[in-house]
Write a protein that binds this ligand. Structure first.
Ligand SMILES: [Zn+2]
Ligand SMILES: [Zn+2]
Length: 321
């Protein structure tokens, strides 16, 4: 008889069709869910942790609950097997007449070992990978796709820029202060979306920076400062793919967001020095035209794409060298 008993353990998806996964990396142990059958098709595809990018076979991504359930079910099957063997070996025997000593025994089945019951956790964001179509769910927003490994930072940035464009459309359909507020919000949201995008992208690429600790904590709300930090930490020029007027518009948009967020939109000396904006007067409210914001949204998108491309090139050359 073999000393190994193999058994199949069925495991269910949750109500929304997702299957739980847990990163095996000790520093991460991040929990996420995927919908089986979506995404890449094929056997033995690796799994990527959406949080830290750790890559291994799917067999390494069992959650603690799934392992506990599998263990309890396997133990119960062994219990049933052992009880069956005992029953066969010691089938009920009645004492016989004329026996000097009579023995009798009966094998009674014990109580079944309880199964470890669990429910998959509720997560914060459901995503569909724009590269491979995998449906997956994570805590937070930014993630590597568990199937194809691509990072969703640009996808999230684009979704937020589309939302800002919709705010501008809405601004055109209403009158008065609400219209101006929507235009300001559109600008603020676009820059904030780039800030979140950049922070995440520099964080996950911190290992190829000249100073990983600084790169992991980089802020992206001030374009002038960011350009200097990127040149020092990643040695590429953030403005390389823009002409002079495009870059000036981007810088002014970022500076205007600063005024909106921290100065109630009132121009200060720092803004005038940083932008040389001929329309700005210190102490007056900054003007934010819907057309200017509309023109800057595609520039922010291009900025995001160029950061992504530069970091990808940098990683490729780091791997090759
Ligand atoms: Zn991980
Ligand atoms: Zn994917």
């Amino acid at each position: 008889m073999s000393d190994t008993i193999a058994c199949t353990i069925p495991m269910d998806n949750d109500d929304e069709g997702f299957f739980g996964r847990e990163c095996p990396s000790e520093e991460c142990l991040g929990y996420f869910k995927i919908e089986l059958g979506t995404g890449l098709q094929g056997d033995d595809l690796p799994c990527h942790c959406p949080y830290c990018g750790h890559t291994a076979d799917h067999d390494h991504f069992w959650t603690q609950d799934q392992l506990a359930y599998a263990e309890s079910l396997a133990t119960r099957k062994v219990q049933e097997l052992v009880e069956g063997m005992l029953k066969n070996a010691f089938s009920t025997r009645r004492p016989r007449r004329n026996e000097f000593i009579s023995l009798s025994w009966e094998v009674k089945p014990g109580r079944p070992i309880p199964l470890h019951q669990y429910q998959e956790k509720q997560l914060e964001t459901m995503l569909v990978c724009d590269k491979c179509g995998l449906r997956y769910a994570v805590y937070g927003v930014f993630a590597f796709c568990p199937d194809c490994g691509s990072h969703n930072s640009l996808q999230i940035l684009e979704a937020n820029l589309d939302l800002a464009a919709k705010e501008l459309e809405l601004a055109a359909s209403v009158q008065g202060p609400l219209s101006g507020q929507l235009v300001s919000d559109a600008l603020e949201n676009a820059v904030s979306a780039f800030d979140a995008f950049g922070r995440e992208l520099f964080r996950v690429n911190a290992d190829i920076a000249t100073d990983p600790a600084k790169a992991a904590a980089i802020s992206c709300q001030n374009l002038k400062g960011l350009t200097k930090r990127v040149a020092a930490l990643f040695e590429f020029d953030l403005s390389a793919s823009f002409n002079e007027s495009e870059w000036r518009d981007l810088e002014r948009a970022f500076q205007k967001r600063h005024l909106i967020a921290h100065k109630m939109g009132v121009v200060d000396e720092a803004y005038v020095t940083a932008t040389s904006d001929p329309h700005a007067r210190v102490g007056r409210k900054i003007t934010i035209e819907a057309s200017q914001v509309g023109a800057v949204l595609p520039l922010v998108r291009r900025l995001g794409e160029s950061v992504l491309d530069s970091l990808r090139d940098l990683r490729l050359s780091a791997v090759q060298s």
